[in-house]
Design a protein around this ligand. Structure first.
Ligand code: XUL
Ligand code: CO
Length: 434
């Protein structure tokens, strides 16, 4: 019997529905601008928090009692059965996983690899039977104690080697399952104290590892996108992939800015002191926007709470930037999100995803309407209209400080400050998002 027992597949019932387990905004087949909502949003359920997390916090251990908890192959398969049951209930097109979420740990590298292979075979048959696809795979190079001082950036070359070998197996697994992306989150790539850390050396190691990942993916014909997921702190005090701007400079340094994009997570953007939409807009402007993890932080806590999204205007501003960037290509909307530790019931897991998907659909539609309306973009363009004059445009092409100086003098240029009209724009946005 399914872990989700009598919970039926979730239906779209429209905005007036009061059924807590129905979609009110997400109708996967609704066509918006020539694409269905399912195609626009490309939802993915993350295996990690939804099936492997036990409900612990720094002050207490496991609160959840899942029948699949334990480290054997039978439990790993029971977990996969429950996961695919949830996918059937939600009807989302994709899922995501870390190797450590899905397979028993194994005593050594050989056993770890065999275990992964067995589960990948199991996934392949379930994916074939259900049509659920893989948005991304990734390696967990942060939970095991061997990685406590980093994976690629570890001072011990044997840990670097073990991480490289594990990456190879996880890229193979992702490729075998037709994954559309491969994610690298550098969970322990950072440091606790500069007193024992050689920053320059660790950066070179990380650059070398990423270059090898890109080369290997090409060699085996993996057609998906390689994504780095930025995060500024937690678990280490200082994470190297701090934010989108930091990741871009790292990619440029190693000549990989055309090969690797970013997977941006709301909570990570907030921890870095940015907004989610800032990170998306910056990535898009740099040509490295890839995918999102749509899990939010609590604004009162200084750590990563990984909650399901529940704020429609906030989500709408993020989708507005994604739509401006042309929407997702290989990326999608992944819920790398956790239940609260008191949410014990199977229904809580379903309700969390239903709510998250519905909030995203509502936000997406508002963002779409605001973009179609065009007033906000017209206002933004008008603010820069002065650059369309030949004299202004020339400054950015052939201009020199001398020639510009002469033009200021001869034309008597004397700039008059203009309003940024922020309040007017905020009112405009609230017409759509409020
Ligand atoms: C950690 C996090 C990860 C990555 C994949 O904060 O977000 O789940 O998404 O390793
Ligand atoms: Co994430």
């Amino acid at each position: 019997m399914s872990y989700f027992a009598d919970i039926a597949p979730i239906a779209f019932e429209g905005p007036e529905s009061t059924n807590p387990l129905a979609f009110r905004h997400y109708d996967p087949s609704e066509v918006v601008g020539g694409k269905t909502m399912a195609e626009h949003l490309r939802f993915a359920v993350a295996y990690w928090h939804s099936f492997a997390w036990e409900g612990g916090d720094p002050f207490g251990g496991r609160t959840f009692e899942r029948p699949w908890f334990g480290d054997g192959m039978a439990q790993a398969k029971a977990k996969a059965d429950a996961a695919f049951d949830l996918f059937g209930i939600l009807g989302q097109p994709f899922f995501c996983f870390h190797d450590a979420d899905v397979r028993p740990e194994g005593a050594d590298f050989a056993e770890q690899t065999r275990n992964l292979g067995e589960i990948v075979d199991y996934f392949a048959s379930k994916m074939e039977a259900t049509g659920t696809k893989l948005l991304w795979g990734t390696a967990n190079l942060f939970s095991h104690r061997r990685y406590m001082a980093g994976a690629a950036t570890n001072p011990d070359p044997d840990v670097f080697a073990y991480a490289a070998a594990t990456l190879k197996t996880c890229i193979d697994a992702t490729h075998r399952l037709g994954g559309e992306n491969y994610v690298l989150w550098g969970g322990r790539e950072g440091y606790e104290t500069l007193l024992n850390t050689d920053l320059a050396r660790e950066r070179q190691q990380a650059g070398r590892m990423l270059s090898m990942v890109v080369d290997y993916a090409k060699k085996i014909g993996f057609g998906g996108t390689i994504l780095i997921e930025p995060k500024p702190q937690e678990p280490t005090k200082h994470q190297y992939d701090y934010d989108v701007a930091t990741v871009y400079s790292f990619l440029k340094d190693f000549g990989l800015e055309g090969e690797v994009k970013v997977n941006i997570e709301q909570g990570h953007a907030i921890l870095a002191g940015h907004s989610f939409e800032h990170e998306i807009a910056l990535a898009a402007s740099l040509g490295i926007f890839g995918s999102i993890d749509m899990n939010r932080n609590d604004y009162q806590s200084g750590w990563d709470t990984d909650q399901f999204p529940n704020n429609v205007p906030e989500v709408a501003l993020a989708f507005y930037e994604i739509l401006k960037a042309g929407g997702f290509t290989t990326g999608g909307t992944n819920f790398d999100a956790k239940l609260r530790r008191q949410s014990l019931d199977p229904e809580d897991l379903v309700a969390a995803h239903v709510g998250g998907m519905d909030v995203c659909a509502a936000g997406f539609k508002r963002a779409w309407a605001m973009l179609q309306d065009g007033t906000l973009e017209a206002e933004r363009a008008a603010r820069y209209a002065g650059w369309d004059t030949p004299g202004a445009a020339a400054m950015l092409t052939g201009g020199t400080l001398g020639s510009i100086h002469d033009r200021v003098v001869s034309e008597g240029i004397n700039p008059a400050p203009k309003s940024g009209r922020q309040e007017r724009l905020e009112n405009l946005v609230n017409r759509f998002l409020g």
